[in-house]
Design a protein around this ligand. Structure first.
Ligand SMILES: Nc1ncnc2c1ncn2[C@@H]1O[C@H](COP(=O)(O)OP(=O)(O)O)[C@@H](O)[C@H]1O
Ligand SMILES: [Mg+2]
Length: 206
């Protein structure tokens, strides 16, 4: 088994499952957390991630198949998507894919799911499709405020990790998002995003 990424929360290994290439995602103990609470959180996120991956696949979001869930060591074995994280693509490709990403996020929200960790590393581009991964912080919620938090995060990531292309990428994201959720929802959620941002600025001033 080959370690391919040591994340803040989990270690990611390349492995196989019944002759298919697979990913083992194992959530690690955090020593700064109380150990009972820590194992509860790891268990909860492992369950959430596998449940929500299956849910989103059922309404057409490209996501890895879940092969096996082990709650004892809080790990998931899933299909490997052998593409590239959107984060690592060229700027012109990221601008172009932002519209598809907006559509995917729109589909999640329309189906009552908040992703909870919308970064460009959590979208993998493979065979002309964008796959969504990393659902450990996802929630079933139809609250517009929760959906606005998702948009606020991806906007912030574009602003920081992809500053040079932020404006066209965000414009395309919103075009895709609006085309799925419809104008009324779009107006409601983007207004909430502005509200969050103005609160943020106020908090920085004082
Ligand atoms: N199913 C998968 N197929 C291919 N690569 C994956 C898969 N799952 C995770 N990865 C890779 O590992 C990285 C971290 O995995 P992720 O689930 O996002 O965990 P973390 O919570 O540490 O961000 C991803 O950004 C991606 O590069
Ligand atoms: Mg991730």
């Amino acid at each position: 088994m080959k370690l391919i990424k040591k994340g803040a929360e989990a270690d990611i290994y390349q492995t196989t499952w019944q002759n298919s290439n697979a990913i083992l995602k194992i959530r690690k103990t955090k020593n700064y957390r109380n150990s009972l609470l820590d194992s509860k959180i790891r268990k909860q996120r492992t369950i959430k991630e596998s449940q929500i991956i299956s849910q989103v696949k059922s309404f057409g979001i490209p996501a890895p198949l879940v092969y096996f869930v082990n709650l004892k060591n809080t790990s998931i074995i899933m299909q490997e998507i052998p593409g590239k994280p959107v984060h690592d693509l060229s700027e012109s490709k990221i601008i172009q894919l932002s519209k598809s990403i907006g559509k995917l996020v729109g589909m999640l929200h329309k189906n009552g799911i908040m992703h909870g960790d919308l970064t460009t590393s959590n979208f993998i581009f493979f065979k002309n499709n964008v796959y969504v991964i990393d659902f450990g912080l996802s929630q079933n919620t139809i609250k517009p405020e929760d959906h606005a938090v998702d948009l606020r995060l991806i906007k912030e990531i574009l602003n920081s990790a992809h500053a040079k292309i932020m404006i066209p990428a965000w414009k395309n994201f919103l075009l895709g998002y609006k085309s799925v959720v419809g104008n009324a929802n779009y107006v409601k959620i983007t207004k909430l995003v502005s509200d969050i941002e103005s609160r943020g600025r106020y908090a920085q001033v004082v």
